[in-house]
Ligand binder design. Structure first.
Ligand code: GDP
Ligand code: MG
Length: 297
């Protein structure tokens, strides 16, 4: 019998959810950065193997909402927990914090099996890992606990086999060669945003959104033309995004281009624009426009 099912990754921002999901699926679907709240939408990625298909749902980190965008992110994460076959709850290799207690409290109201994944074990010693395990064991009846390093692929094969074993019989939900249900456009815009986050100073990134205005293959050519706009919240931010003589924008564009070309498998011509939209994070219209629709969370 074919087996298939849905797995959601939850946990505080920056614990390595996107890194782990990308590792398990083997394709770069979710963007990664060391700045919290990089993942804003629910991102599905798909692993199809011999007799099985796993759909991973990477959620925005759970946190106290401070804006409408924040509220959207929290709601997406909560909805994802009830509709899946298992939950991977990712934590840092440290003792339980107050923030984690809030998440654990929410787990009490659901029936889905929860696997505790202690990530980043490459950053601590063995004895510390045991202390962390003990600390979490006292808080919740986890189905199993996996210390892993998503960065070094340590113990992640064991995690994957465990997930495979618990999948129910089910259909092939997505074509076997697809690795995400996100349109190429959306991944392209996320890749540009990833590069912007990477190069920009700390105060700018949270107000950054990227919209692909046009994406079209040139007639009779391999080349794909992409026009994209980077939105930010202030004029001063716009100046930073563009940089001296446009060098910041060039850096963002050049590095994003390489990855988008990999994604599409063809050369691209990328044009980037920068615009200011004051307070877009508080505007229902712009949130919808950038794909963060609370009704679809
Ligand atoms: P998310 O917000 O939970 O999706 O976290 P990300 O996947 O974006 O990762 C946040 C940061 O942690 C990035 O800088 C990653 O490179 C880093 N990271 C993820 N997994 C590991 C790991 O196993 N070990 C170490 N040392 N760093 C990691
Ligand atoms: Mg993420």
């Amino acid at each position: 019998m074919f087996k298939s099912g849905f797995v959601t990754l939850i946990g505080k921002p920056n614990v390595g959810k996107s890194t782990l999901m990308n590792l398990l699926v083997g394709e770069k679907v979710a963007i990664i950065s060391n700045k919290p709240q990089t993942t804003r939408n629910k991102i599905r990625s798909i692993l199809t193997g011999d007799g099985f298909q796993i759909i991973f749902i990477d959620t925005p980190g759970i946190h106290k909402p401070g804006s409408k965008l924040g509220a959207f992110m929290v709601k997406t994460a909560e909805n994802a927990m009830n509709e899946v076959d298992c939950i991977l709850y990712l934590v840092e290799p440290r003792k339980v914090t107050e923030g984690d207690k809030n998440i654990i409290e929410r787990l009490n109201s659901i029936n889905t099996p929860v696997y505790l994944v202690i990530n980043k074990i490459d950053t601590v010693g063995k004895a510390d890992i045991l202390t962390v395990i003990e600390s979490y064991r006292g808080c919740y009846d986890f189905t199993e606990i996996f210390p892993v390093s998503a960065k070094n692929a340590e113990n992640t094969d064991e995690l994957l086999s465990t997930i495979k074993n618990l999948l129910p019989n089910g259909p092939l939900y997505f074509p076997p060669d697809s690795f995400t249900d996100q349109p190429e456009r959306q991944i392209a815009s996320e890749l540009i945003r990833e590069k912007a986050l990477h190069y920009l100073r700390d105060e700018v990134p949270h107000g950054v959104a990227v919209e692909i205005e046009a994406m079209k293959r040139r007639e009779n050519q391999e080349l794909v033309d992409i026009q994209a706009t980077i939105f930010c919240e202030k004029d001063s931010h716009k100046a930073i995004v563009i940089g001296k003589k446009g060098d910041m924008l060039k850096k963002i564009g050049a590095t994003a281009r390489v990855e988008i070309e990999r994604l599409l498998g063809s050369p691209i011509f990328l044009e980037l624009w920068v615009k200011v939209k004051k307070n877009w994070r508080e505007s229902d219209f712009y949130l919808r426009n950038f794909g963060y629709d609370i009704k679809k969370a």
